[in-house]
Design a protein around this ligand. Sequence first.
Ligand code: SF4
Length: 169
Amino acid sequence: MQHILVSACLLGEAVRYNGSDRRCDEPILLRWLAEGRVVPFCPEVAAGAPVPRPPSEIAGAKSGADVLVGRARVVEPDGNDVTGLFIQGAELTLARAHERGIRIAVLKEGSPSCGSDLIYDGNFSGRRLPGAGVTAARMRQGGIAVFSENRLAEADALLSLLEAPSNQS
Ligand code: SF4
């Protein structure tokens, strides 16, 4: 059975920066949970971030891929640089996925770690731009298909493909 790595906050774990969760009750996710294929993970908490913690954004309207090659930083509103923690969280997430043979991840949209199609612009202004966070970018580099909670149907379609008899090893 294919397992799927899912952002812990989407599963109701109160690990977000402000101590809240973003529980997602979409039927596809509930079915995966019932099937026992969900692996919860929070990159930031895994890397040692406390709950609660200040919000963070990728500075300068850059993306997670820029952070991974040293072209951008992740900062808190007071300018505190938390880039190292975010990179460590990304590496730990990819390592967990590889340990479990995971090929698909569903990560919380908009997060500087987990966002896969949208991230904030780095000004703490609430403006979002196309782009992926640090963990989502690292997971894709490592060969994992990453979807947000808004694209569960696409993730489920890929799951069906991977579990089709002709693709079983
Ligand atoms: Fe959720 Fe990811 Fe943020 Fe953790 S790092 S709280 S899993 S969005």
